[in-house]
Structures are given as C-alpha cells and as structure tokens.
Design a binder for this molecule. Structure first.
Ligand code: DQA
Length: 140
C-alpha cells in the first residue's frame, strides 16, 4: 500500500514557526518518524510539502493513480480551498485530515474545514503524533 502524506503552506517552517502552538519538531523530523513507522507497518510513503495550492492539487491528481490513501495537513488551505476539496473528491481511496494543533480551540476562522467534507477521519491537537495515528488507520 502506498500512502501519500501531503503538507500545505508554512509547514516547511515547522519547528521554527510558533513553536508554542506547533512544537519544536521539524518537518524533516516528522518525515523521518513517518517513514520509520510506515516501514514497520509495511506501508510505502510519498511525503510532500508545498506552499502552493496548485502544486498540492497536482500531487492529489498524481495520487489518483499511485496511492491507496492520503494523509493531508492542508494547513491554512483547510479553511479556504474549495479547489483542494474538489481534487480530493476526485481521489477514490480514503483521506485522513491531520492538524497538529487543536483548530477548534483557536480562532473561529479555523473551525471550518472544507477538507472535512471529504475526509474519512480528522485528527487535531495531538501534535505531530497525529501523523502516526493516521498511519495506523491505513495499516488496518
Ligand atoms: C494547521 C492548522 C491551520 O489552521 C493552520 O493554518 C496551519 C496548521 C495545524 O496543523 O494545526 O498552518 O493545519
């Protein structure tokens, strides 16, 4: 099974960006842990981050042919992007939405997610552990 792990804008700054909210681990740390866990679960991983909405959409299109699941932290595009929702609706396997922070505890504009209209499951507020939990979902 191949799982695409997609990360949206500003997540390249993970570890440096508002560590009081997002923690001190970098995205490279997250990738290393995801790869290690995936190996023990027998999953193949494609790990991707972009600050560009269209690049994320292109990657979701690629996943149509190559992935049996998507784990996505769309970051701020969660709250704005009908285009990412539409791309995910064109993807046929399960989708798990991950947020490092508990978006429901934060500003009201973070309470709505377009992606949640598509996702089988949503994880928020577990920190970067959320990515590992999402992997466990796909291992079952
Ligand atoms: C985030 C939450 C979003 O509201 C925010 O725009 C992000 C990160 C999270 O992982 O907690 O960039 O998706």
């Amino acid at each position: 099974k191949t799982i695409y792990v997609l990360n949206g804008p500003n997540l390249n700054l993970l570890g440096k960006r508002q560590p009081e909210i997002y923690g001190s681990e970098t995205l490279a740390d997250v990738e290393a842990k995801v790869r290690a866990r995936a190996a023990t679960l027998g999953l193949e991983i494609e790990f991707f981050q972009s600050n560009h909405e269209g690049a994320i959409i292109d990657k979701i299109h690629e996943a149509r042919e190559k992935a049996q699941g998507i784990i996505i932290n769309p970051a701020a595009y969660t709250h704005t992007s009908v285009a990412i929702l539409d791309a995910l609706n064109a993807f046929e396997a399960p989708v798990v939405e991950v947020h490092i922070s508990n978006v429901h505890k934060r500003e009201s504009f973070r309470h709505h997610s377009y992606v949640s209209l598509r996702a089988e499951a949503v994880i928020a507020g577990m920190g970067t552990l959320g990515y590992q939990v999402a992997l466990e979902y796909f291992a079952r």
